[in-house]
Design a protein around this ligand. Structure first.
Ligand SMILES: Cc1cc2nc3c(=O)[nH]c(=O)nc-3n(C[C@H](O)[C@H](O)[C@H](O)COP(=O)(O)OP(=O)(O)OC[C@H]3O[C@@H](n4cnc5c(N)ncnc54)[C@H](O)[C@@H]3O)c2cc1C
Length: 395
């Protein structure tokens, strides 16, 4: 039996786990990172936001290599002909990434910076007490001063504490597929701009995310009741074919994958931290893919938890169950802002009109753009303040 003692033990080697692990190793703490799969492993979630870049800078990751530069986000309502574009040109750049490649890069970078990392090992049990943490895996037992749950939607601690609260009204499930596009003028434009395109659909919306190698990730997020007679493949084909722009783009494309599905993804873990543990990324909560905010929350929660934990490990108060209070308060501001944006985008005509309005005040457009870029923790965004105080309903 392995009885090594670590400052921090982390379950989950996705973006949240690798970010927390790398930052804590940079601070000089001993970190064990345990991932149940073997990188590279497939993962959905390819469209990134600019505010991820400062975190990548801290990790020492140059994400301009091997990824497609993303210009911004386009929202298109083909039924009415309305469309709008939010530009992501600013201080920070952003990209469309292939997760299997990028997540491996983050994992390898953590190892390079001193993290002890195990793959193909699954955390099965965690016990946190006033004295220390005990972590059991399918291969060994470990002890340490602190445990971080970064197990994504597997939500190890959320399940242990039965603290996962499902959020209704957002996307119910997503179907998606990958293509290699034919050499057409339409495809040329899509890859040159690198924008994520969101097409409103009768039952939800469709994503179009261009990737390197002329590949396109296409997803259908179902938010309303889907016709019962249409099963997975037929449902996907029906609504993609109903979009003239998607049909045009996919003409002559090579299909690279089967239709895949993700369901029940909207929830908040009500117990995100406690005595000697904290949850990061999807293990803390996930909303909906419409504004591509999942990866940002993964790395931001990891950063908040790691920075707070570093101070606590230095002074030895990491067993204080309240130690993550202030970082979690910041998380809640970001999460609530994004939740309100998404909920109103789905359920209120006002938000959709604000999105598409041509004569919308330039200040409001800038403020919405900042939120969509993931800039959720700046003072002075009037639109965000309105959302959080409930005023935007009347705007
Ligand atoms: C349909 C859909 C589309 C999305 N599109 C986007 C998008 O375009 N942009 C975006 O930013 N986000 C998107 N997301 C969200 C994004 O994928 C996630 O928010 C992000 O991957 C969260 O990172 P994470 O590190 O928390 O979890 P993950 O990336 O899921 O990593 C968790 C890791 O933990 C490992 N693990 C699980 N259990 C254990 C265990 N017991 N022991 C050890 N290891 C374990 C898993 O193998 C995995 O590698 C999308 C989500 C969905 C559902």
């Amino acid at each position: 039996m392995n009885s090594k003692y670590y400052d921090v033990i982390i379950a989950g080697g996705g973006p949240a786990g690798t970010t927390a692990a790398t930052l804590l190793a940079q601070y000089g703490h001993s970190v064990l990172l345990i991932e149940r799969n073997q990188h590279p492993r497939f993962h959905i979630g390819e469209s990134m936001l600019p505010m991820i870049e400062p975190v990548m800078d801290r990790l020492g990751i140059d994400w301009s290599q091997g990824n497609l530069r993303k210009g911004g986000a386009e929202f298109i309502d083909e039924a009415t002909g309305r469309s709008t574009f939010f530009s992501f040109e600013g201080i920070y750049r952003t990209f469309q990434i292939e997760r299997s490649v990028f997540d491996q890069k983050l994992f390898d970078n953590a190892v390079k910076q001193g993290v002890e990392a195990h793959q193909q090992e699954q955390v099965t049990r965690v016990q946190c007490s006033a004295q220390d943490v005990h972590v059991d895996t399918d291969k060994a037992e470990y002890q340490g001063r602190y445990f971080i749950d970064a197990t994504g939607r597997n939500a190890l601690m959320g399940k242990k504490h039965a603290s996962i609260n499902k959020i209704n009204k957002l996307g119910k499930f997503a179907l998606y597929k990958h293509y290699k596009l034919a050499n057409t003028p339409e495809a040329e434009i899509v890859f040159a701009r690198g924008n994520v395109q969101i097409f409103l659909s009768e039952i939800g919306w469709i994503w179009s995310i261009p990737l390197v190698g002329r590949r396109l990730s296409v997803g259908l997020v179902v938010q309303k009741e889907a016709p019962a007679e249409l099963k997975q493949d037929a449902l996907f084909a029906h609504y993609i074919n109903a979009s003239p722009r998607m049909s045009e783009l996919l003409a002559g494309a090579e299909v690279l994958s089967e239709v895949r599905m993700e369901a029940d993804f909207s929830y908040l873990n009500e117990q995100r931290y406690g005595q000697r543990f904290a949850c990061c990324g999807d293990a803390a909560g996930f909303l909906d893919p419409v504004f591509s905010s999942g990866f940002l929350f993964a790395v931001k929660t990891a950063e908040l938890v790691a920075d707070q934990l570093h101070q606590a490990l230095l002074i030895g108060n990491e067993a204080d169950p309240e130690m993550q209070n202030s970082g979690d308060a910041a998380y809640q501001v970001g999460f609530k802002t994004m939740y309100l944006m998404i909920e109103r985008f789905y359920c209120s005509g006002i938000m959709q009109n604000l999105f598409f309005e041509q004569d919308r005040h330039p200040r409001i457009k800038k403020e919405i753009e900042a939120i969509l870029a993931g800039d959720l923790w700046q003072d002075g965004n009037g639109f965000q303040q309105g959302l959080l105080s409930g005023r935007s309903r009347k705007n």
